[in-house]
Design a binder for this molecule. Structure first.
Ligand code: ARG
Ligand code: ZN
Length: 869
């Protein structure tokens, strides 16, 4: 059943208060709910229809009187009270079995604890309810459980009372004073250890910080706590937003479908996004914890205090919050590196989503299962939209707009239009056209050409934008596209003069932002004394595909001279695309361009660019990105050409790379600041390139580093390097040693699984199958499943696309099997198969596997994805 945005109606009833009594016993949880119901005056005379899933209903009462057979109807997932209600109390009592809830939504058991995941529609698995975000209620929650099994009982808000009961039972009662939708409800019961800390807000409110983990993980809480305190202070300084409850609790859960969840006052995290320790966590892991902790914290305002009217508005909270966490990470670490990482993700994965059968607008028009819309488009492209608005307004006006947004809509459930209205109000601008970014799916393509008139000293840039058809929209209207740009002469940035655009009078007038609004536009620059190279979309100023026919010499000028570090990196990637294209065209005697190599050597030797950015400049774009750029080639040909380029690059830069790789020093104390992280990134990128090219001396370096590293970043990079060498005995020995060292650390074992699932060899599938039989592998744990299955499908190019089609068959079988227990997970794992259309004859085999999946009885989640694909 498809749900449409255009059908949105206010709820017929409100629920002002929600009183829950949750009684947990082995294999049977009973929930009593007392709901203060009030008819919506705008829609009188309607019936109350509550949502519920998998509930056994024991009783229904209205104002204390038990309702009989004809007073209500339970039909599948709805409970209808058969006559209209005035204001009063509705009570229900239900039961269900959390121990058997493998979907990981609603109330379920993970290892030793009970926990909840209610976003988007999991609350209906706990009790009958108006489970929609525009119904906001004050919640009070009593939890009762066995004291020995579940000494810790948590829910949202403040703890009002707790006490002992007979027969080894105990209880706690929590009240959250803030009205909230049901998707922000949370409950945790288990045997958990707590690491406590405190924060005082800028206005002096003391906040208790508590991180709850399994006792074995108490040594991995510090980084999350530090990150949380930094995020709290940052949101006060940057957005003027303060925390509003006495406690901020975080619980780490091993079985979790997503990264984390922003439940009011009680965040629940996937262990992979909260636990960190130098011994077991890589630098990327540390940064991820910092970013996700901040993301969930920032939701307290962008999501909880101001929430979404309906699920079509999901990007209202997610796009904005991703933008906020990206700003935070940029401030805490290197801004250029953060931008490179985000753009890499967007270009290699979000663009693919936008070009495939599941393309949807940032504010979708319809869905069957909302869980399928927690996508890169809603999150990352949504964040790019907010970023464009913030840049169009400038920091000061954007802050005025967000102040207005938070104060005007506090306590309300609102829409993306309301968000943009706040931007318009603060700036006096009209964003009617800009809002097409929310409603039109697909990545716009901007084709740019230039001409130079040396006699008149005139330089003209011509922009043409287009956007291919996507499932919901064939004809696209022009987008409002900001183009941050400058012009480079032989010696660097040129001053800009143009009557087409307003330029500031600053002395150093070398940068401007053009705003495209038409299908075709020309911009004329005057007094241009030499033919310039345009530096376009600096900082990736809009989420578009840019097509400009750069020559290699022009790209080298950008690489060397651009004032925008992001565009220097971007030029390095474009140069690599040219190299891969050349390798595709002229086998087998292929050589790299001497000019490119010389430019790279210069950059590496001068070290004027921060090491972390250099590390990214040495990376050849992913096969997935290259395949999008060069769709006319077969994916395995692209893979082979990319391999050639990587190897040639490593061999040609061997001496520079070797000196970087030798920087590893086991005696340097481990720190996670931006500088140390950058050094390790460069040193390890160099090591991996050398290993890729089978440089013998690097094999010794890798082995030495593997054995002596004092942190997971260096150790894992060394192990990865060892796996690249064509020496099965050494690889096998290192893998075994690593496992013996870390088998008691679940998150490290996941890395160990991932590493092996990515190994590209003829026996990839055999190895994969064996790993699923490993005693540490569990089909019920999403992190483990993703470590093998997603990594294989998305990263193991030769394994997944092997000629027999066995990779596709394997994935299809896995997806069907997982769907029986965890539909959300299955609907994500299937993604690589949904991209069949770009794989030519291989695609036909992929499509057959999709059809084979579609022929079986499926969950709503998996049905929607396979049906659309
Ligand atoms: N709101 C969460 C976040 O982005 C994501 C949770 C979504 N969970 C789900 N099962 N769809 O922080
Ligand atoms: Zn979020």
């Amino acid at each position: 059943q498809t749900i449409y945005l255009k059908d949105y109606r206010e709820p017929s009833y409100w629920i002002d208060q929600t009183e829950l009594d949750v009684n947990i016993r082995p294999n049977l949880t009973r929930v009593k709910a007392r709901l203060r119901i009030r008819p919506n005056k705008n829609l009188t005379g309607e019936l109350l229809v509550l949502a519920g899933e998998g509930l056994t209903t024991h009783s229904v009462t209205w104002n204390g009187q038990s309702l009989e057979q004809n007073d209500y109807i339970i039909d599948g997932d709805s409970l209808t009270i058969t006559s209209p209600l005035s204001e009063g109390w509705l009570e229900t009592e239900v039961s269900f079995n959390p121990e058997e809830n493998t979907s990981l939504e609603g109330l379920y058991r993970s290892r030793t604890m009970y926990c909840t995941q209610c976003e988007a529609q999991g609350f209906r698995k706990i009790t009958w309810y108006l489970d929609r975000p525009d119904v906001m209620s004050v919640f009070s929650t009593r939890i009762e459980a066995d004291k020995a099994q579940c000494p810790v009982l948590l829910s949202n808000g403040n703890l009002l009372e707790a006490g002992e009961l007979d027969a080894g039972r105990h209880f706690a009662r929590w009240v959250d004073p803030f009205k909230k939708p049901s998707y922000l409800f949370a409950l945790v019961a288990g045997d958990l250890a707590c690491k406590a800390d405190a924060f005082t807000t800028v206005s002096g409110r003391p906040v208790a910080i508590e991180v709850y983990v399994e006792p074995k993980d108490l040594d991995k809480c510090d980084h999350a706590i530090d990150s949380l305190k930094r995020a709290m202070a940052w949101d006060e300084a940057r957005y003027g937003l303060e925390y509003d409850l006495d406690r901020y609790m975080i619980v780490a859960v091993d079985d979790f479908n997503m990264g984390a969840m922003e439940n009011k006052g009680l965040n629940i995290f996937n262990t992979s996004c909260v636990l960190a320790n130098p011994k077991t966590t890589t630098d990327l892991g540390f940064q991820r914890v910092e970013a996700v902790v901040a993301h969930e914290y920032f939701h307290n305002w962008s999501g909880n205090r101001v929430t979404c009217r309906d699920w079509f508005q999901l990007s209202l909270k997610e796009g904005f919050t991703v933008y906020r966490d990206a700003q935070f990470s940029a401030d805490m670490n290197s801004a250029t590196v953060k931008r490179i990482e985000d753009v890499n993700l967007l270009r290699s994965a979000q663009f693919a989503e936008d070009a495939g059968p599941l393309a949807h607008a940032v504010r979708p028009e319809s869905f069957i299962e909302i869980s399928n819309f927690y996508t890169l488009t809603v999150y990352e492209k949504g964040a790019e939209i907010v970023r464009m608005l913030a840049n169009l307004l400038g920091a000061e006006t954007f802050r005025a707009a967000t102040d207005y947004y938070f104060s005007t809509y506090d306590g309300q459930a609102v829409t993306c239009d309301d968000f943009v209205a706040a931007m318009e109000k603060a700036s006096g601008r009209d964003f009617t056209q800009f809002k097409r970014w929310y409603s039109q799916a697909g990545t716009p393509e901007v084709t740019v050409s230039d001409s130079y008139d040396p006699d008149a000293n005139i330089y003209t840039l011509s922009f043409t934008q287009s956007c291919r058809a996507t499932p919901e929209t064939v004809e696209k209207l022009p987008f409002h596209i900001p183009v941050a740009m400058g012009l480079l002469g032989e010696a660097g940035s040129l001053k800009l003069q143009s009557k087409d655009i307003a330029l500031s009078d600053e002395a150093d007038n070398t940068h401007t932002v053009l705003e495209l609004t038409e299908a075709t536009q020309h911009v004329v620059f005057t007094n241009v004394l030499e033919k310039p190279v345009p530096s376009l979309f600096r900082g990736f100023s809009a989420p578009v595909n840019v097509r400009f026919n750069y020559s290699e010499a022009q790209l080298i000028r950008l690489l060397k001279l651009d004032s925008d570090e992001f565009n220097r990196w971007s030029a390095s990637q474009e140069l690599a695309v040219i190299a891969v294209t050349t390798a595709l065209q002229e086998p087998p005697a292929f050589t790299l361009s001497p000019q490119w190599l010389e430019a790279l050597r210069d950059i590496l030797e001068q070290q004027m660019i921060e090491p972390a950015v250099l590390a990214y400049m040495l990376q050849v774009p992913s096969v997935s990105y290259l395949h999008d750029r060069l769709p006319q080639y077969d994916v395995l040909d692209i893979y082979a050409a990319r391999e050639k380029v990587v190897k040639a690059l490593a061999l040609n830069l061997e001496s520079q790379l070797t000196s970087f790789a030798r920087c590893f020093d086991a005696n340097v104390a481990y720190k996670v600041d931006a500088e140390a992280v950058g050094q390790r990134a460069l040193c390890n990128a160099a090591l991996l390139l050398l290993a890729h090219a089978q440089v013998r001396s690097a094999s010794e370096l890798a082995l030495e580093q593997f054995k002596s590293a004092n942190n997971m970043t260096d150790q894992l990079a060394a192990l990865k390097a060892l796996l690249l060498f064509d020496e099965p005995a050494i690889s096998a020995e290192a893998l075994e040693a690593f496992y013996q060292q870390w088998h008691h650390e679940a998150l490290v074992v996941n890395q160990w699984f991932s590493l092996q699932a990515a190994v590209e060899s003829d026996s990839a599938l055999t190895r994969l199958e064996a790993l699923t039989q490993h005693p540490d592998f569990q089909w019920s744990n999403p992190n483990k499943v993703r470590a093998l299955v997603s990594v294989f499908g998305n990263q193991n190019v030769t394994g997944f696309h092997c000629a027999s089609g066995a990779g596709y068959t394997w994935l299809a079988d896995v997806v069907v099997k997982v769907d029986k227990n965890n539909p959300q997970l299955a609907a994500r794992l299937v993604t690589p198969l949904t991209r069949w259309a770009k794989y030519g004859r291989r695609g036909e085999r992929m499509r057959q596997e999709l059809a084979r999946i579609a022929a079986q009885p499926l969950s709503k989640d998996l049905f929607e994805v396979t049906d659309k694909a």
